[in-house]
Design a protein around this ligand. Structure first.
Ligand code: ADP
Length: 626
């Protein structure tokens, strides 16, 4: 039988597994038990919903057997089994290729321990075994097949004999080395402890044989060695347990077990509801953004159980889009096992659960923000963008749910602040919530437009994310205060500069500005004396709804909407250059043209906008120099 090579990615992961100097090898057992349990879930569900299958709960179990003499550890399940094709497809390749990239990247970043933090699936068997043999017979099939592999070199598949439906995995445990002990994975008591630690809540019995001594009948002080089968897990699903019995570690284990994420969850929410609708739920707020989170491939949803039986892997209707990062499960007695996806969408119970869950998530996040700020900021770094999309999406329908969860960088606090914190600090004479937009905090800090607001001592929110300004436009107001861009027309600040600027308008400067506007030929809507500049000579601002930042973002979108901001070139009439402009106007129209173009291009640069003709710009600078 010739060997079939693993697909390249699988081979790399396998090598990683085999070579990992890895302190938590024991999790291979968790992974294999979890697979077995999933396989039983599948057959159990079929049996419950298909009358032609006989259903007897006692027929479903997982058995672990260790044999020291042959150094084999065997895990048998009575699950749905795999066909030849499934053996090939499931064990020969890694389905989600992106996850490998993620694993490797993080492996490199954080050392080897990361492997233990998330599901690595079937391949983890190679952390402890030299050879793995999987014999499986699928439900509805009279044939069985054996998949066999000794690691990265490849695998073979051939027909085999197997009486029962289900899967048997025989691992030949590695020999001990100077540094590593593998014998422990052949010790029943050690194995039992591992099962207890990671897989206690598995709903099917995990059975093991133990040698015990029984008093010999009729003889005193003599004993018989007997083998006794024990069920080692308590089988109570964690969501049915009392919160007070559970520790953070139990929840974290469950998260890893279930492969909800690669990270350590920031918070768990355990709900036992027995009001209008009865259900249990365990929800998690992950710490990090899954690698595919902001892509179309990401599927939101919670696992849905009906009275302990898994009926759907990812029930999307249970989560609003803006909380799509939440992981976890819901179990309800009020849902029918046979319910179809289409009917489920209209199910009243499900809608009630979804609403309930949404409110719980919201209140949990609010309390995280209040009580564990650092944790919240970590969360916000990962998923804040999603919340902002949520404010903006659906025509702002969800803004009331989300506005108190938003954070923005504050110019005065030099850290992230909530809108509530901002508003509660506003001096009485401050009319607006001011914000400035730009590519980074550093860049915004240097924007000339921020000068007057900063001078006045008002706090500004810095928007560095594409979505920020759009979200704020959807919000419109917060606690009756409206938002104001520092680049917008009327800042609502009475400054001394104002009078001078107004004077400038009158004292024949109008003509100068009209002339400059003509030189710029449709590039700006107007040229004005600035009421916001203090030390800088020039800046751009926008009139109307579309800001310059929004223009940039809309232009960068794939379907390239050509929306233009109405740009205004603002000139600081207190700056030296203003006098230069005036003398040029009187003496030399060519000079005025040169200076106007220079100033305009400078303003573009400050805004982070492209200069249409960089060569002409540098030539202009040279003209000034010589
Ligand atoms: P994951 O469980 O994350 O999908 P694995 O590598 O652990 O990744 O398993 C790949 C697939 O192989 C599973 O999704 C399942 O379809 C199948 N599989 C693994 N173990 C078993 C088993 N004991 N019984 C039936 N199918 C299994």
């Amino acid at each position: 039988m010739s060997k079939i090579a693993f697909k390249a990615e699988s081979k790399r992961l396998l090598e990683m597994m085999i070579n990992s100097i890895y302190t938590q090898r024991e999790i291979f057992l968790r992974e294999l038990i979890s697979n077995a349990s999933d396989a039983i879930d599948k057959i159990y569900y079929k049996a419950l919903t298909d009358d032609s299958l006989v259903f007897n709960k006692d027929n479903y179990f997982i058995k672990i057997t260790a044999d020291k003499s042959s150094r084999t550890l065997t895990i048998t399940d009575t699950g749905i089994g795999m066909t030849r094709e499934e053996l090939e497809n499931n064990l020969g390749v890694i389905a989600k290729s992106g996850s490998l990239a993620f694993k490797q990247e993080n492996e490199a970043k954080e050392g080897h321990n990361i492997i233990g933090q998330f599901g690595v699936g079937f391949y983890s068997a190679f952390m402890v075994a030299d050879k793995v043999v999987v014999t499986s017979r699928a439900l509805g099939s009279s044939e069985a097949y054996r998949w066999e592999s000794e690691g990265a070199e490849g695998y073979t598949i051939e027909p085999a004999a197997k009486e029962e439906i289900g899967t048997e995995i025989v691992m030949t445990i590695k020999p001990n080395t100077e540094d590593d002990q593998y014998d422990e994975f052949l010790e029943p008591y050690r194995l039992k402890a591992i099962v207890k630690k990671y897989s206690d809540f598995i709903r099917y019995p995990i059975k093991m044989d133990f040698e015990t001594q029984k008093p010999k009948e009729g003889a005193d002080n003599e004993f018989d060695q007997v083998i006794e089968e024990q069920t080692v897990n308590s089988m109570v699903p964690i969501w049915r347990k009392n919160k007070s019995e559970l520790t953070d570690a139990d929840y974290e284990n469950f998260y890893f077990e279930k492969r909800y994420g690669f990270d350590k969850p920031i918070k768990h929410i355990h709900i036992s509801a027995d009001g209008a609708v009865v259900y249990n739920a365990i929800l998690f707020i992950p710490e990090r953004t899954p690698f595919d989170y902001y892509t179309k491939e990401y599927e939101k949803g919670l696992e849905l159980y009906s009275n302990g039986v898994l009926i759907m892997d990812k029930c999307a209707d249970l989560l609003p889009d803006y909380f799509s990062f939440v992981k976890g499960m819901v179990d309800s007695e009020d849902l029918s096992l046979n319910i179809s996806r289409e009917l489920l969408q209209h199910d009243r119970q499900l809608k009630l659960i979804a609403k309930n869950i949404k409110n719980k998530i919201k209140s949990s996040l609010i309390s995280l923000l209040k009580d564990e700020r650092e944790q919240y900021e970590q969360f916000y770094e990962s998923f804040g963008r999603q919340l902002k999309f949520g404010v903006y999406g659906d025509y702002g329908m969800h803004k009331d749910d989300l506005q108190d969860l938003l954070l923005f960088y504050s110019s005065t606090e030099k850290k992230l602040v909530s809108l509530d914190e901002y508003v509660s600090r506003m001096p009485e004479d401050q009319k607006f919530i001011y914000y400035a937009t730009g590519g980074s905090i550093d860049r915004i800090e240097k924007l000339p437009q921020t000068e007057i607001v900063a001078d006045k001592g008002y706090e500004m929110l810095y928007f560095t994310d594409d979505i920020d300004e759009f979200a704020i436009k959807a919000l419109n107001t917060y606690k009756d205060k409206s938002f104001k861009s520092v680049s917008s027309g009327d800042l609502g600040i009475e400054a001394d500069e104002k009078d001078k600027a107004d004077d400038a308008e009158e004292n024949g400067t109008k003509e100068l500005f009209e002339g400059m506007k003509a030189i710029l030929e449709g590039k700006v809507k107007s040229v004005k004396a600035s009421k916001r500049l203090k030390s800088h000579p020039v800046c751009l601002s926008a009139e109307g709804e579309v800001s310059i930042e929004m223009e940039k973002i809309l232009k960068a979108m794939p379907n390239g909407q050509d929306v233009q901001a109405d740009k205004v070139l603002e000139i600081n009439v207190n700056h030296e250059v203003f006098n230069t402009l005036k003398s040029a106007q009187a003496a030399d129209p060519e000079k005025l043209k040169l200076y106007t173009n220079l100033l305009y291009n400078q303003a573009l640069l400050i805004e982070g906008l492209p200069i249409q003709d960089p060569v002409a710009f540098t030539n202009d600078i040279c003209k000034v120099m010589v």
